[in-house]
Design a protein around this ligand. Structure first.
Ligand code: ADP
Ligand code: MG
Ligand code: ZN
Length: 647
């Protein structure tokens, strides 16, 4: 059924109220107006002074000798006006030949004489000038309005070369370094740059040159913009903040003009800090000679930026901060010393940093005693600062939904599941036999994990569907790993295939539910063979997949750097690893078939089973992790075993 155009919804306004009936005299208004008009028409002319009469010279002279003329005003052009005895005014023209005798005549007749210099009055003159100048005045005003930067349609054209940087000067953001949890190293480096600006002499005495630029590099949501805001909040120098994309406009040359403008402004107010967010918008690699499409505008902008960064001498007291999550696309010229000579990597937070970020965002919220932020942090590997902020907020919303003001640990659990898996569906969306199948599958994952010595401990098993997943087995690593042993990876493969193994064992056949597990396991196995050199047949070679460290992928463009036979060998090895893992999983489950059945019925009854209960069923002690093993900041390249195995 297609959507049909529906009538607009009835507005929620209530019944319309009729306007009050108009008074009856309204109909006479027209008559009154007409009468007034007629009255005025006759009365007004009568009250005004009599129409001036026009006299010719002979009539005028006659009136003068008869003593009928009271006053006369003589203009230089020969016209004369005045009043007669009876009060009427007159106009006449005096011939220029009249001369002195005429004046004597007037004097004798006792006429009051006035002379004016010109025919037109001063007022009339001003008016005529005004009318001439008016169009120019209007144009001038419009120009002033438009060029003043007020909003207007032509504004984009007229003010296009101006930089759009926001200046934080007296009015600073309230963000401070305290709001940025963790990243002590990065904060230290950035603080130093600010310190340089404030007391250049101190560094000059030691012969140190101030760094011109600091480039913050890291995945999205790790707090790069937040750090810059903190600098703006704490540095006691003017802070210009601008997004890289705001340099890019429709018109070629605008970006360069804006860069120039920005640096000029900063130089005027030095010492100052310029922050360019998302610098990859302008800083992308310039096209080489072989490029098909060159982006003139962006290249000009970048060239201008490079020139400006070279141009200011270190003593001028300007530092440039920039942030990007795509360092690999940046032009090498931008990265060479003398421009951004410091690069600060802001990675995804470690366990302890996650805990600190959670603490920052839990400030001002009331937490129940059951909440252990370290546990929350343990359960959120791979979360960025933004994800964690979102998590805390979701938890608070969960509490409000339950009518509480105090956040409990269950709120955090739900928020986390919701973020990772999606919204929980009700428990009755599955058919009973589907529910059983999911229970078998998840129990398989959980038990293989419990019986594998190197696998991460099981924290929770559930057959409540959420988002794309029909059920989930959560494993929480005891501590944050930076290195993964071969045994750990093999166990991880077995755990991923454990769901399918249980299905094969119990039902004698697989199902579609294992598709995600298989994809994840294959990916991991491929990496083990191709990148980590963990296969005896292929040997100690590594062919890492190119592309961004942070965004993954990039395979579409890279050609395969090895021979066809090598590919075949890799495929064979991957398949062997997966088969080994599957048979291991099946063996484990066969051996503990009774525990598997018990766990399945427990899941069918309770839908969610805690990790400790699983260990109790299996007759094993839940592993305890050594505390405080989470310091090293470097993380090993990928290979992170996902904490989830969705059915
Ligand atoms: P990006 O690195 O993409 O610029 P942002 O700085 O915009 O990320 O961070 C987004 C949000 O994530 C911040 O507003 C803040 O709430 C949260 N956040 C990120 N990192 C941290 C951190 N280290 N401490 C506290 N909050 C953080
Ligand atoms: Mg940002
Ligand atoms: Zn699964």
């Amino acid at each position: 059924m297609t959507k049909r155009a529906t009538p607009p919804p009835t507005p929620d306004k209530g019944a319309p109220v009729a306007p009050p009936t108009p008074p009856a005299w309204r109909h006479y208004l027209w008559l009154i107006a007409l009468a007034l008009f007629i009255g005025l028409y006759f009365v007004v002319p009568a009250t005004s002074t009599k129409q001036p009469v026009t006299l010719n010279y002979t009539q005028f002279l006659h009136d003068v000798t008869e003593h009928h003329v009271r006053t006369i005003t003589l203009a230089t052009d020969g016209t004369a006006t005045g009043t007669l005895d009876n009060g009427t005014s007159y106009t006449t023209v005096i011939p220029s030949q009249a001369g002195q005798t005429f004046l004597n005549q007037l004097e004798k007749a006792g006429v009051q004489i006035t002379a004016t210099s010109s025919g037109t009055s001063f007022g009339a003159e001003v008016l005529s000038w005004l009318i001439l100048l008016l169009p120019f005045l209007v144009l001038g005003y419009l120009w002033y309005r438009l060029s003043r930067g007020a909003a207007g349609r032509l504004q984009g054209v007229l003010g296009v070369g101006r930089s759009r940087a926001q200046l934080f000067d007296e009015e600073r953001p309230s963000t401070t370094f305290d709001d940025v949890a963790g990243y002590e190293g990065a904060k230290q480096e950035i603080r130093e740059v600010v310190d340089f600006l404030r007391q250049p002499e101190r560094y000059a005495r030691a012969g140190a040159i101030a760094p011109r630029g600091v480039l913050m590099v890291g995945p999205p949501g790790t707090g790069k913009t937040l750090l810059a805001r903190a600098v703006a909040g704490e540095a006691s120098v003017p802070f210009f903040s601008v997004a890289g994309s705001s340099f890019v406009e429709m018109y070629v040359g605008v970006g360069a003009a804006r860069v120039r403008d920005l640096f000029q402004e900063a130089r005027k107010r030095a010492p100052a800090i310029i922050f360019v967010d998302e610098i990859d918008a302008i800083g992308q690699r310039r096209a080489g000679a072989g490029a098909i499409v060159a982006n003139d505008e962006r290249e000009q902008t970048l060239n201008q930026l490079l020139a400006e960064m070279d141009g200011f001498d270190p003593a001028s007291g300007i530092a440039v901060l920039a942030a990007t999550n795509r360092p690999e696309v940046l032009d090498p010229a931008l990265l060479r010393p003398g421009r951004f000579d410091r690069q600060v990597v802001i990675p995804l937070p470690t366990l302890m940093e996650r805990k600190a970020i959670l603490e920052v965002h839990c400030r001002g919220k009331r937490l129940d005693r059951s909440v252990d932020l370290e546990v929350v942090a343990r359960g959120t590997p791979g979360f960025s600062g933004a994800d964690l902020a979102n998590l805390v907020n979701e938890a608070a919303i969960n509490a409000v939904r339950a009518g509480r003001e105090v956040l409990r640990s269950s709120d955090f659990d739900d928020a986390r599941d919701r973020i990772i898996l999606g919204r929980r569906e009700g428990s009755n969306v599955l058919l009973p036999e589907e529910k059983h199948a999911v229970a078998v599958h998840e129990a398989g994952h959980a038990l293989v994990a419990v019986y594998s010595p190197s696998a991460d401990p099981v924290a929770k098993v559930t057959i409540l569907p959420a988002g794309q997943a029909l059920g989930a087995t959560e494993q929480l690593p005891l501590f944050e790993r930076h290195l993964y042993s071969e045994q750990y990876l093999k166990d991880s493969l077995a755990v991923r295939l454990g769901g399918r193994a249980a299905e094969l064992l119990v039902f004698g056949q697989g199902s579609t539910g294992a598709a995600n597990d298989l994809a994840g396991a294959t990916d991991l196995a491929t990496k083990m063979v191709r990148e980590f050199g963990l296969s005896a047949t292929v040997g100690p070679v590594g062919y890492p997949v190119g592309g961004s460290v942070f965004l993954g992928g990039g395979e579409a463009f890279s050609s395969r750097p090895f021979a066809e036979q090598t590919q075949a060998a890799i495929d064979a090895e991957v398949s062997r690893l997966l088969r080994d893992a599957e048979s291991r999983a099946i063996d484990v489950l066969k051996e503990h078939r009774d525990v598997l059945d018990k766990l399945v019925s427990l899941l069918m009854a309770n839908e969610t089973v805690d990790g400790s209960e699983v260990y109790a069923l299996a007759g094993r002690a839940a592993p305890e992790g050594p505390a405080g093993m989470t310091v090293a900041p470097e993380r090993a390249a990928s290979a992170t075993a996902a904490p989830e195995h969705s059915a």
